[in-house]
Write a protein that binds this ligand. Sequence first.
Ligand SMILES: [Zn+2]
Length: 305
Amino acid sequence: MPLRSPTKASPPKSLFIPQAISSFLALVPCDYATSFHSCNGEHSKVGCIRKQIQFYVRVCVLILSLPAMSLAQAVHARVPESNFDAERAFGYLRQQVAFGPRVPGSAAHEQTRALILRTLSECGFTTSVQEFEAYAPAMKQVVRGFNLIGIYPPGSRAHVILSAHYDTRCIAELDPNPARRELPILGANDGASGVAVLLELARVIHQRKALNTPIALVFFDLEDQGLGADSRGFCLGSRYLAANLPPALIDFEIGINLDMVGDAQLTLPYEAFSFQAAPELVEAIWEIGAQVDSAVFVKRKGPAV
Ligand SMILES: [Zn+2]
């Protein structure tokens, strides 16, 4: 997939809507370019992230109703209020950031895995871990990866996958400050924000109990450890999952990936790959999103991510 130049930073894209397994690979990327754009001054942005997070969950709550109604019905349905707690979601973000950079193999990475699995279990999800090994170009070594999967209701086969990646990039080689280019990024936005939304969403689902459709929350690993313009080094966890779908996911129809959903000035045009693969679904979701905040969900074609 093409990667945008970080010198031509454009608004980060956070939702990707693959509709079939064949498109899943291309449509569950993390945004390499905006990762670097976002990591600059990320500490100062943390306070701005909180107010953005709540947008997505109201949209996600309606998305969970999609298989039970037509797209047209969903678009015209009133976006429901939810008991999503933005403060608690932001707490999940803070917890991850407090662990430190979640570079694969680090203690912070392990602590984040534990946080995710513990929260999913507390919310009544069936949990599983998909282990794999892959060469991570930015780390210059073969690394063990852990995709984390939560299924609700327990033991069901999910029709909708909501996902995010929880690893954070091991180097910030494009940081304007040369002294920081060998350091890992903190990933408050790129990594922690998507995870925070999904963990709080798990609580919302648990409290609702009845869902119109079985859902999987998937937390990808090794998504952000590629190098340069070679896309093959990125999205290693989602690629592995797509090639090795667990039985609980083989019936999935809709996949939505959340990444960098907490930018301080967030604008989300249609992501090009998603629009190419599933235009009706993209338009429907953006229509719903625009009901929540039309300044964030902008209904025009954006760049490929
Ligand atoms: Zn990312």
